[in-house]
Write a protein that binds this ligand. Structure first.
Ligand SMILES: O=C(CO)[C@@H](O)[C@H](O)COP(=O)(O)O
Length: 226
């Protein structure tokens, strides 16, 4: 049996004006985590939510809030996100080459689970030191689209990174994010991804619960075949 499947609807595709009820709806339909996209309008050309919204949502749910920080200065976000009640804090390797050790230690000290993300064009070797360090990250997020917006097309060429990671780290949480849905999840699951983020394919479905269940079955089926 492989690493546990985690299905994480991306709340970026939800109705932000009804975030708490959208979150509860996803959890009632079988979501394991809620994926929260924090964007600063600088690291990526889009601006979304920050710690105040995480703090508001936290009042309505005890769920795992899987926060993906698409920001230029992740260190500035550790204290506020910790206080707000974030569960996972995933920062980008492209902006943390100088300070990732300090970042990981501070994330852990604030009671959050550290993860590292990489853009489609970033070589996978860049995350190895973070997975193997004295204070390792606990998840690698392989972006399967350019970060910034929901509803983009899955990039199959990113799957080689997932394959290499899974071979090297059999028990690591490997998350994929961008363009995942019923037609693309199998390739990601058979490459070795166990955490699946899905925005438009879940929120845009007439039966979102069926999509969540299909995504989970894909991960579990691929693990049984490996
Ligand atoms: O981080 C991002 C985009 O930068 C994602 O979490 C998207 O929100 C995923 O949306 P879909 O591609 O599944 O619609």
């Amino acid at each position: 049996m492989g690493v546990a499947a985690k299905i994480a609807p991306s709340m970026l595709s939800s109705d932000f004006a009804n975030l708490a009820s959208e979150a509860k709806r996803m959890l009632s339909l079988g979501a394991d985590w809620l994926h929260m996209d924090i964007m600063d309008g600088h690291f990526v050309p889009n601006l979304t939510i920050g710690a105040p919204v995480i703090e508001s949502l936290r009042k309505h749910t005890t769920a795992y809030l899987d926060c993906h920080l698409m920001v230029t200065n992740p260190l500035d976000y550790v204290d506020p996100m910790g206080k707000a009640g974030a569960s996972g804090f995933t920062f980008h390797v492209e902006v943390s080459k100088e300070n990732w050790q300090e970042l990981v230690q501070k994330i852990k000290a604030k009671g959050m689970r550290p993860g590292v993300a990489l853009k489609p064009g970033t070589p996978i070797e860049e995350v190895y030191p973070l997975v193997e360090g004295e204070h390792p990250v606990e998840m690698v997020l392989v972006m399967t689209v350019e970060p910034g917006f929901g509803g983009q097309k899955f990039m199959p060429e990113t799957m080689e990174k997932v394959r290499v990671l899974r071979k090297k780290y059999p028990s690591l949480d490997i998350e994929v994010d961008g363009g995942l849905g019923p037609s693309t999840v199998d390739v990601a699951a058979s490459a070795g991804a166990n955490c699946i983020v899905a925005g438009s394919s879940v929120f845009g479905a007439s039966e979102p619960g069926q999509v969540i269940s299909l995504l989970r079955k894909s991960v579990q089926g691929a693990q049984q075949n490996n």
